[in-house]
Write a protein that binds this ligand. Sequence first.
Ligand SMILES: *[C@@H]1O[C@H](CO)[C@@H](O)[C@H](O)[C@H]1NC(C)=O
Length: 150
Amino acid sequence: MKTSHSAFFITILLISSFSLPTHGLILNGLRIGSIKINGVLYCSFDGNLHGNSPPLSGAVVELVCAGARTDLGQVVTNPAGVFVILVKLLDTVLFDPSICFARLNLPIATCAVIPPDGALTASLILANIVQTVLGNIANFTVTPFVNSVL
Ligand SMILES: *[C@@H]1O[C@H](CO)[C@@H](O)[C@H](O)[C@H]1NC(C)=O
């Protein structure tokens, strides 16, 4: 009797989770309204900090996701090499951070040591979720950049 009761309860849970809106993004049980991606690029052979690599200023960084044809947002690094991409998620957009990257298209005219071909890409790592009156912001940092031909 007890097991059939819990099986019934699990079934109800499954049905209610399947009937939630399928779009948007839920992280740690919070509905995410915007995402923010923070990173720094340096003028080095892979875009990461090595020794005293100077910052990579004025470079265009895009947020791209596998399967998406367009970038979701793009920004330019500041004089310290810092970029912050802020994207408001629409309910109609299915966003999966595990298949999204920060991408720097190559070559970069202002940095001779950076590779000439392909792109530098970095995966997203969830740092924290900031709750504001305008909605929850998922705040991401990035892994080290790697050179990719994509
Ligand atoms: C977001 O994460 C970055 C990187 O960990 C951190 O420097 C920044 O302070 C965070 N922002 C907020 C509002 O918590």
